[in-house]
Design a protein around this ligand. Sequence first.
Ligand SMILES: [Zn+2]
Length: 297
Amino acid sequence: MPELPEVEALAHHLREHAVGRAVTRIDVVSLSVLKTVTPAYTDLRGREVTGAGRHGKHLDLECGDLHLIVHLARAGWLRWSDDLPAKPPRPSGKNPLALRTHLSADESGGESNAAPRHVGFDLTEAGTKKGLAAWIVADPADVPSIAALGPDALGLDRDRLESLLTGETRRIKTVLTDQKTIAGIGNAYSDEILHTARLSPYATPARLTSEDLDALFDALHGVLTAAVTRSVGQDAARLKGEKRSGLRVHGRTGLPCPVCGDTVREVSFADKAFQYCATCQTGGKPLADRRLSRLVK
Ligand SMILES: [Zn+2]
């Protein structure tokens, strides 16, 4: 799932390549993706893209006083193209394309006689779990999941982080990924932040020491900032899907921890899993895995 760094990289790409162009057409291939009816998506036509930003893991394409908001969910992606097909796409169950935005090709005011290019971007979603969502709104806060967001992870200072965690008795892993508490962090980067801070995913925030909080704050900023730099450098919007690199524990079950060499372990629950290093994070003790312990009994 794209998290803060990937969505920030997509917003960066749109600021560099979409701002200043006009929306010329929107092809809605999957009707279920569009969550708003009014304003209509056709209302975006002719409007200039004036900015692009991010609210937690939501992407925001600003078109004057209207916003196209996108949540990529687990398998969604935005793919930029300098050469979109002119023909409207045909809806098909197998087509990962959900919504296509065409933008005007000339940024500086038509000097060429060549055939006009179709630039713009596709919103795609792989697989069968449909979570990709788009809204057209006058105010981003009209999107319920944006209105409910906690403070952005990259905007937190240490004092704010401490006040968010004071009295918090849920597991730190749960708290870091709760968008209503802190916006932008998901399963992958919470694994990385906790590994860097040498904290157990099951640690209770209310019981963290001042040193733990220092380590958590430094890890949160360090991991996310490095990932934003990496994602922007990869020109995320030209890739077919997110390509994460530089992860130390997330998605690396069974591989050696790059810090201590211990084997990266996994805890599974429902339909997902998270990873950690026992030597770095839990004093060498493996965490209970409910699924596994049930099998063992
Ligand atoms: Zn380790």
